[in-house]
Structure formats: C-alpha cells, structure tokens
Ligand binder design. Sequence first.
Ligand code: IPE
Ligand code: IPE
Ligand code: MG
Length: 224
Amino acid sequence: MNPLNHVAIIMDGNGRWGIKNKNSRNAGHRAGLNTVEKIIKETIKQKIKFLTLYAFSTENWKRPKKEINYLFNLLENFLINRIEELHKQNIRLKIIGIKSFSNNLNKLLSSSERKTSKNTKLQINLALNYGSKFELLNAFKNLQKSKGKISEKNLKKYLQTKDIPDPDLLIRTGNTKRLSNFLLWQLAYSEIHFEKKLWPDFNEKDYNKIIKNYRSIKRNFGNI
Ligand code: IPE
Ligand code: IPE
Ligand code: MG
C-alpha cells in the first residue's frame, strides 16, 4: 500500500457549475468553498500531512475584474471567519505564489501564516497568484546569484515548496486534462487523477475512491 503524504488539487469547474446551476460564475466560486471545507476535513481523517490547493494562477488575472474581486473577497472572508478554527484544529496555512494583493489581504495572509506556523496536524498550501514557470525562473535566477552549483538539490532550495515533499497524488476536477502551470517540477513523479466532476460537485466519497485507488498503484520511479 502506498503511503500518502501530500495531495495536490487543481480545483477546477466552479464557473461552469455556477452558470449551470445559478446562472452566475461567482455563485460557483461560493459553492466551491463548501467543497474546500469538506476536503480539508477528509484530508485530516485520512491522516494526510500536506494538502496543496490551487486557488488562483498567475494567468487568472486575465479574467473579468468582477470575478477576480469576488474571488479575493471570498478568500478574505474565509480567512477572517475560519482562521481561528483552523488554528484550533492544529492546521498550518502556507501561501505559495506571489503575495501582491491589496494591503489588507497581504496582511491577512501573512498574519494567518504566522499564527499557524507551529501547527503540525495538516499543512495546507494555498497556491495563490501561483505560476510554476515564474517559480522556476525565479529559483534559477536566485541560484545563479548565489553562485551555487546548479543541481537538483540546490535548485529546490529556491522553490517556494522547499520545505514541502513533492505531491504523491494530483487531482484535477472539472473534466479537463492539463496542468495549467501548476507545480511542473514537483509533479515529476506524482500519480495523476483527472476527475470529470466539477469542483462544487466533488465530495468526500469521490475523494476517498481516488485515494483508495492511489494506494493500490504500483509506483516505479523508473525501477521495475
Ligand atoms: C476554478 O474554477 C477556480 C479558479 C480558477 C479560481 P473555474 O473558475 O476555472 O471554473 P471553470 O473552469 O470556468 O468552470
Ligand atoms: C487552473 O484552472 C487554476 C485554478 C484552478 C486556480 P483554470 O480554469 O484557470 O485553467 P485553464 O485556464 O482552463 O487551463
Ligand atoms: Mg477553469
């Protein structure tokens, strides 16, 4: 049985769900937040130590302002209302991505990270304004500046995921088979599950089925 230490999720399909059910993409984002809560709970139950959630990509700035504002408001309210509870549950929150939002949100993100930094039950990495190509270019630049030897080990030191093991399992909901600039380096040997369901329809049962299947896969890492 494969150990499962780190699950990464591309939470896709909110917009389509919202249009289909409420005639509003933003309603889909709101509904998606309920799935986030369910999946966090189940991740703890399954004793998984790292959960990385792709919430906003560096390419998502192309979207209409109204949708972007709604998403960041949703996040801000979520943190204001839930960070205390996450902290009590011994959950650590870490942001990966470029923190260049409103002053308020930047502060809230930093204080949430600081507050939960010693927690040990589950680490949630929230990928926000995250792009893997940017992360890698930045890491190479910093490595070059440091005059360090170019090696896998040294490059890793400059990735935002430097203290996080690579994902064992990647799940992408929303019936689309692509990586959309997510953790290109870190996913080199992850098992990948593309899920047909849209993120707001995804539930614990679906998640557990994927986990069960993951546990039974033979992972070779190049070996036989
Ligand atoms: C993913 O859902 C959430 C974010 C990118 C914030 P989408 O908003 O991409 O949903 P679809 O793919 O348009 O349905
Ligand atoms: C990927 O979804 C980003 C997040 C889930 C945050 P997108 O919906 O932005 O991906 P593309 O643009 O369809 O590839
Ligand atoms: Mg999408």
